[in-house]
Design a binder for this molecule. Structure first.
Ligand code: ZN
Length: 459
């Protein structure tokens, strides 16, 4: 080394030292304290919860944790700490609330870019409600090829806009004329042609494989398909099968070969049985499932994602839907309570998922009280919205519990949620990736996220 180079090397060393100090400062330990803690897996709450966070990770957790002298302590008082809530069934890019036909017309009138901007407020409302991770199961705009869910996920990951961690499905895969055929209920060829596998509409095993490959190519983390009819679709019956067993087998085989899990929209019993037989990872809704089908689910360790909020919301606003949909909603609503009670009694694996978008985004936590109202123990409902969801989503090694090494996605709610599960609806502290999103009141919801507070009778 020549002497003339020395100042240069010294400067580099000084800069490196300063960066190290700066990195150290950014990673100051933050200590969260509260009267109670739900760790995501235990069968009861832990008194005097303490969680140590450094950077984006939990570094220690328990009741008797040594607190470093230079740590920043946030004492939340009479609250309960919990892993960030998870929702295994959202539609963060969509809003189906309000009058069904008005919404349908609005979808045709609104530029997809404008709908994307609205999705930003849906994502923020969801995160501020305590949901730090969602599995977003379907984003489609009739006659339009955009992947808004992929864009939203990426924007959130890059810190451009606040929102939960998202696993996205892109377009739901379904049969011609089925629940996901967005041209159903319109005049034939109104959109110029029939939808194809690039829009999720696929018939026959080969087309289904093509649809799965196309979605993975475009950024899907998970595959969603409709194997039976649905409530909010005009051209089908709610419980009829919409894929053959051979089509479902191709769907599952292709998805699993590409290491993607498969979530299927399914109300009908026959379609559910056939889907469980071929190895889907979760049944969404499952309204009409009989005891034998639930037994098969238990044997095959298939998850149920009940989405009780969706039927509850639709039934509470039943006059806003066309008569044909009213009949489907009433039938599904009447069947699903008994199905859910049976599933709980039989010990079927249940992961919390709401169908947010069918009701206003940010009201997701009301699902907890609905599950408890239908026979689930509060602590199990909490597990269902944290560690069970993490297991179903395949990310249990990173999130879902308050444990050393896990990502610091943490929320706090007032009082004791096992005594009053509606505490989950009053989240007042949200941390995501070690960053405080909220410590106090939420951002007032924008006009795009309407908070038409619904009365939720539990039958
Ligand atoms: Zn849905």
């Amino acid at each position: 080394m020549q002497i003339a180079d020395r100042p240069y090397y010294l400067a580099v060393i000084v800069i490196l030292l300063f960066s190290a100090v700066a990195a150290g400062a950014a990673d100051q330990t933050v200590v969260l304290k509260a009267a109670r803690m739900f760790d995501g897996k235990s069968k009861s709450l832990i008194p005097n919860g303490v969680v140590l966070v450094q950077g984006d990770k939990i570094v220690d957790v328990g009741s008797t944790v040594t607190i470093p002298s230079d740590a920043k302590v946030i004492d939340l008082g009479d609250m309960t700490l919990s892993p960030g809530f998870m929702d295994a069934h959202t539609h963060l890019t969509l809003d189906f609330t309000g009058n069904f036909n008005e919404r349908r017309l609005k979808e045709l009138q609104t530029n997809v870019s404008e709908m994307t901007l609205m999705a930003i407020s849906y994502a923020r409302a969801t995160l501020e409600a305590g949901f730090t991770t969602v599995r977003d199961l379907g984003s489609r705009f009739v006659g339009s090829p955009e992947f808004v869910d992929v864009a939203l996920r990426n924007a959130i990951n890059h810190g451009i806009t606040p929102g939960p961690h998202m696993l996205v499905a892109t377009k739901g895969i379904g049969a011609t004329g089925g629940h996901f055929d967005a041209t159903g209920g319109y005049r034939d060829k109104l959109f110029g042609r029939e939808p194809d596998p690039s829009e999720g509409i696929a018939d026959g095993p080969d087309e289904i494989r093509k649809a799965v490959r196309f979605e993975v190519k475009n950024g899907a983390n998970v595959i969603k398909a409709a194997v039976s009819g649905g409530v909010l679709s005009l051209a089908d019956e709610v419980d009829t099968p919409q894929f053959t067993p051979a089509e479902m087998a191709a769907l599952v085989d292709e998805s699993h070969r590409l290491r993607k899990k498969v979530a299927v929209h399914c109300h009908g019993d026959q379609a559910a049985r056939e889907a469980i037989e071929v190895g889907v990872d979760s049944i969404e809704h499952g309204s009409f499932m009989k005891t034998e089908t639930l037994q098969l689910m238990k044997t095959k360790a298939t998850y149920l994602v009940p989405t009780l909020m969706a039927t509850e919301y639709i039934l509470s606003k039943i006059d806003s839907y066309p008569p044909a949909l009213q009949a489907k909603a009433r039938a599904a609503g009447a069947a699903r309570s008994e199905m859910f009670r049976n599933a709980v009694k039989m010990g079927v694996k249940i992961a919390l998922g709401t169908d947010a978008g069918v009701f206003p985004h940010g009201d997701n936590a009301k699902e907890f009280a609905l599950m408890v109202g239908l026979g689930m123990r509060p602590i199990d409902a909490l597990r269902s919205g944290t560690s069970n969801d993490a297991d179903l989503l395949g990310i249990g090694q990173a999130v879902g519990t308050l444990e050393k090494g896990k990502r610091a996605d943490i929320v706090a709610m007032p009082g004791d949620p096992t005594a009053d599960i509606t505490a989950t609806e009053r989240i007042s502290f949200v941390m995501k990736d070690g960053k405080i999103i909220r410590n106090g009141p939420a951002t007032p919801r924008t006009a795009a996220v309407r908070d038409d507070d619904i009365d939720l009778p539990v039958d």
